[in-house]
Design a protein around this ligand. Structure first.
Ligand code: CTP
Ligand code: MG
Length: 227
């Protein structure tokens, strides 16, 4: 089944503590976001990518896209102050498609198998997102004292891609904007509408490059894939 993908890339990467957008940092000679785009570029079911970027970085990003021979970028939306604003701008520019995925440009190691499972499930049920079961014991803490140990069996760590029927996600995004509802992912907007969201088990290496230690992990993942 065919799909399109919106990639928010308009952040500033404060937690990475670099002087530039973390997505432009290189892992083994290639900017982080290029690895991400390559996964979708190679997937025959992907019909097009729309990137949300900062206006002042657009030219640089376009140049990289050309230099690394990425063919499926169809357009660049201007990102907003929050990730949710950037995603909405990308969705509006991308326009109608049956299935749309939202994927953080900062997650370069997404598996094509997970993408295809997400697309399948979203086409059946409207919404499906990637995640992995929590590995650690999780406790609630107040003023450095445990208040509760949470049942881990029910907990998942949520990633992207998040896949939706386009109409459903656009409606959810507009409702969230009207209600002033801020979500940390797209699924929250759909949950806010009362629509069920399915989860697809992803892989633990689908990490988001967020803090400097993630770059070390990212290099190790790349090295292991070359073996
Ligand atoms: N993003 C975006 N627009 C924003 C904020 C984030 O498009 N206003 C994008 C980022 O570029 C990234 C993805 O959303 O690809 C996930 O966000 P995150 O990892 O939080 O990236 P940053 O916001 O850049 O990092 P930080 O929160 O550390 O500043
Ligand atoms: Mg952020």
């Amino acid at each position: 089944m065919k799909y399109t993908v919106v990639l928010p890339a308009a952040g500033s990467g404060k937690r990475m503590k670099a002087e530039r957008n973390k997505l432009l940092l290189e892992l083994s000679g290639k900017p982080i976001f290029i690895y991400t785009l390559e996964v979708f570029d190679k997937d025959p079911h992907c019909e097009g990518m729309w990137l949300a970027v900062k206006e002042e970085e657009r030219q640089l990003i376009e140049d990289y896209v050309k230099r690394f021979g990425i063919r499926k970028v169809k357009g660049y939306a201007t990102g907003g102050a929050e990730r949710q604003d950037s995603v909405r701008a990308g969705l509006e520019l991308a326009g109608q498609s049956e299935i749309v995925l939202v994927h953080d440009a900062a997650r370069p190691f997404i598996s094509p198998v997970v993408i295809s499972e997400l697309v399948e499930r979203a086409s059946e049920s409207g919404a499906a997102i990637a995640g992995v079961p929590v590995k650690d014991t999780i406790k609630k803490v107040r003023e450095a004292v445990i208040t509760e140990t949470v049942d881990r069996a029910a907990l998942w760590m949520i990633q992207t891609p998040q896949a939706f029927r386009y109409e459903l996600l656009l409606e959810a995004a507009h409702l969230a904007q009207a209600d002033g509802f801020l979500g940390t992912d797209e699924a929250m907007l759909v949950e806010h509408m009362g629509h069920p969201v399915q989860i697809v088990e992803s892989t633990y290496d689908n990490v988001k490059m967020t803090t400097p230690d993630d770059l070390i992990y990212g290099k190790a993942i790349l090295a292991s894939r070359l073996q």
